[in-house]
Design a protein around this ligand. Structure first.
Ligand code: FPP
Length: 262
């Protein structure tokens, strides 16, 4: 009964052959360092965010070229509202203008755009623009670009738990029916593969309430490069580092090597 109520993808199943991955299917990035990039040039912080948009364009192009399936970008966290109101306003404006300017080009390149996060907090104009961008690109089959906006990993897990709780009333779910797989199916990116590679630019080494659940087995890569300087060679370096990682998914190194030899 419960099983038939939730028969969607089981993206948490482990890969059948555990091998070194030459190319990640899903890359998730915390784009940090825009402010410092601007300060180094005696420019206002917003100039750093504007330069950050150019870097976004570059990484999107690289991912599309390399056949990466999903690129998730942390554009605005649920904690970023704590910034000065003027910077929040400018970031919102930049988001709106970027959507306006880029959607046509993304669409013509077969890119599907998705936004995750609590979007009801945004200005109605921005909400409408987001909905239009998603609708326009929904059926595209190339790269999926996920923008995390007013997103937080804790928010995502909480909204999933809330949705499961609602189902308790509808399909008489028992507490034992609540499994990691069931919760997973209610998260924002439940239909997409989990991130293989997480990148954070700007020198900090923390996850900052990004994809908390989804990063369980993700390879982490931190670089001092500031986001606007994260151009194709820097991205290639991250991908090279990823290609050298041994992904064990809980197994021993010997088991992995044995599976690879088989
Ligand atoms: C962190 O740098 C960056 C942000 C909070 C915003 C990221 C936004 C963009 C790259 C532009 C908009 C993106 C899209 C997809 C439209 P920071 O300001 O914390 O830098 P700092 O640590 O050097 O101060």
């Amino acid at each position: 009964m419960v099983g038939s109520a939730y028969p969607t993808v089981n993206r948490m199943s482990k890969p059948s052959a555990v091998t070194l991955n030459p190319m990640p299917r899903h890359v998730a990035i915390i784009m940090d360092g825009n402010g410092r990039w601007a300060r180094k040039r005696l420019l206002p912080r917003v100039a750093g965010h504007q330069a950050g948009v150019d870097a976004v364009r570059g990484v999107v192009e690289s991912c599309a070229k390399k056949g990466i399936e999903v690129l998730t970008l942390f554009a605005f966290s649920s904690e970023n509202w704590r910034r000065p109101a003027s910077e929040v306003g400018l970031l919102m404006e930049l988001f709106l203008q970027t959507l306006k300017r880029e959607v046509k080009r993304l669409h013509s390149n077969n890119v599907r755009l998705r936004v995750i996060g609590e979007r009801t907090a945004f200005d109605p104009k921005l909400q409408q623009r987001i909905a239009e961008a998603e609708a326009t690109t929904r059926d595209n089959t190339g790269l999926t670009v996920v923008i995390a906006a007013n997103y937080g990993g804790r928010w995502d897990i909480t909204q999933a738990a809330r949705n499961v709780a609602q189902k308790v009333e509808i399909v008489a779910l028992k507490s034992n029916d609540i499994t990691p797989e069931l919760l997973d199916q209610h998260l924002s990116m439940s239909d997409l593969p989990e991130p293989d590679l997480f990148i954070r630019t700007g020198g900090e080494q923390r996850v900052s309430n990004f994809l908390l659940w989804q990063l369980a087995y993700t390879e982490l890569y931190f670089t001092d490069t500031l986001w606007p300087d994260f151009l194709a060679p820097a991205f290639d370096e991250a991908l090279l580092s990823f290609s050298k990682r041994q992904r064990r998914f809980g197994r021993t190194g010997e088991q992995v090597e044995q599976a690879q030899g088989a």
